[in-house]
Design a protein around this ligand. Structure first.
Ligand SMILES: Cc1cc2nc3c(=O)[nH]c(=O)nc-3n(C[C@H](O)[C@H](O)[C@H](O)COP(=O)(O)O)c2cc1C
Ligand code: SF4
Ligand code: SF4
Length: 356
């Protein structure tokens, strides 16, 4: 059995999965359910002094395991989290991370009471890049528990914000928040879904999250909670190989139910066993040394297995240069003078009949 334990900012997690901040962590009961389902840590819905009032409706399907939302922070006031919700989690089986925002002043006001109420760690978050480092300073001045800062790929200067946050004493980085402005239009009503611009989460943002995590980890040896678009076990492995220490997720369990945690963890263990890896943590950053490699210009060489080929034609359809042809005898013809070695035919072959 592979070892799924990871250590985040000196805190042991029984597996890499963290339920990131959102509706599934809206109160103590929901957080307890997430721990019971297998999340090693849970980040509360973002806590601010006053409760928010969300527009109706505020979550919509964006297609392909992705969501749009216009949800604000917690619809419970901070005092309820401090007096009732966090104390109700005192017998939890996991690490409790309180998300607090969105300004340095609010963090100054809430950091200590949230930790006294039971939070094991804090995650500071804001929509505005310029608030990030001052929020870290405010938190570090108040508490001795680890402080994560959540960063957004919407910020053009994200890496400089990370530099400033680490200088301010952040113990780790959560990357990334949902991305916007995003939009879908209901073509029947001609109106924007959710009535306005929204935030995008889920599968659609996975490559952006991976790119951000890797860019941060190439620059700093710092614990990163890789978050955004993880929907299956292989995505967890990818996040870790991109440099993440732990992996945050919200859209997948929101769409598929909390059972998602148990299923993803079982598949993760099986994947690691099948590939002969004893410990997930050892894969951390495995992809990073390859990021600076000089690209090859040698033409691709192809291996075609007619036994595995279902003659689906995908490899032919996607070839912009019309270089491929399936022959009546089951063989595949390649016009080498047309082929530009782009690789797309390899990427779409569903059976592995076509390999490099
Ligand atoms: C409906 C919804 C509400 C969210 N609310 C918060 C929030 O209050 N605070 C926060 O830091 N992130 C919030 N997020 C962002 C998630 O924590 C996460 O960073 C983002 O959705 C990317 O992860 P995912 O693709 O696994 O969902 C929310 C996400 C969703 C879908
Ligand atoms: S590598 Fe690209 S150009 Fe060559 S056959 Fe495949 S899809 Fe066509
Ligand atoms: S995509 Fe793969 S399975 Fe489909 S025709 Fe091409 S080689 Fe055969």
């Amino acid at each position: 059995m592979s070892d799924l334990n990871v250590e985040l900012c000196g805190v042991r997690l029984r597996n890499p999965l963290i339920l990131s901040s959102g509706p599934l962590s809206w109160n103590a009961e929901a957080i307890q359910a997430a721990f019971a389902a297998g999340a090693a840590a849970v980040v509360t819905k973002t806590i601010r002094p006053q409760a928010t009032r969300n527009p109706v409706p505020h979550i919509a399907a964006a297609g392909h395991k992705s969501l749009l939302n216009t949800e604000g922070w917690s619809d419970l006031p901070a005092q309820q989290w401090i007096d009732e919700e966090l104390p109700a989690l005192s017998h939890r089986d996991g690490v409790l991370i309180a998300s607090v925002g969105h300004t340095a002043g609010e963090v100054e006001q809430l950091a200590m009471p949230l930790v006294q109420a039971g939070a094991d760690m804090l995650e500071v978050v804001s929509y505005r890049a310029e608030d990030a480092a001052p929020m870290v300073t405010a938190a570090k001045n108040q508490v001795s528990v680890p402080v994560l800062v959540k960063v957004s790929a919407n910020w053009p200067n994200l890496l400089e914000v990370v530099d400033a946050c680490l200088q301010a004493g952040a113990d780790g980085v959560t990357a990334i928040d949902s991305i916007g402005p995003a939009l879908r239009v209901d073509v029947e009503t001609r109106k924007p879904m959710l009535g306005s611009f929204a935030w995008l989460s889920g599968s659609a943002i996975l490559p952006i999250a991976l790119g951000t995590v890797a860019a941060i980890c190439l620059r700093h040896n710092v614990p990163v909670v890789g978050t955004g678009g993880v929907t299956k076990a292989e995505d967890i492995v990818e996040m870790v190989m991109a440099g993440a220490t732990a992996v945050g997720v919200h859209t997948a369990p929101l769409l598929e139910g909390l059972d998602w945690f148990g299923k993803a963890l079982a598949k993760l263990e099986r994947w690691l066993d099948d590939h002969g890896y004893a410990c997930l943590a050892n894969l951390r950053g495995a992809a990073l040394p390859h990021l600076g490699e000089t690209p090859s210009h040698a033409p691709l060489t192809f291996v075609f297995d007619p036994e595995a080929c279902t003659r689906c034609g995908r490899c032919i359809t996607v070839c912009a240069y019309r270089a491929r042809q399936l022959l009546p005898d089951g063989q595949m013809a390649l016009n080498e003078s047309r082929c530009r070695s782009c690789g797309l035919c390899l990427a779409v072959c569903p059976t592995g009949a076509l390999r490099a």
